[in-house]
Write a protein that binds this ligand. Sequence first.
Ligand SMILES: [Zn+2]
Length: 105
Amino acid sequence: MENSGLISFEDHTINHRALTGLSFATTMLELSNSKKMLEAETGRTVNFIAYPDGASNLRVQTEAWETGFVSGFGTWGGKMFGPGMNLPRVRVYGSESLAVFASRL
Ligand SMILES: [Zn+2]
């Protein structure tokens, strides 16, 4: 799928735990291990992280940046352009039509 050029796989951590409740060391492992695994599988640099449950704070965002992510995504809706470590995320629900999904972009 990655090689189709239509999609790219990005990060969502190893265990899907809310990073804001983890220690610095555990958060760093969640971020760096998942990034390394995806990069090994895809053969390209993984630049984006979608925080599990959208949970981040300045500490988590700083750790994500230091791990090498270019941007991070929360779960709040909306539109925003440009780099940032807590950007809005458009959720994809399998029950929605393509038209409904496209209307939220
Ligand atoms: Zn999730």
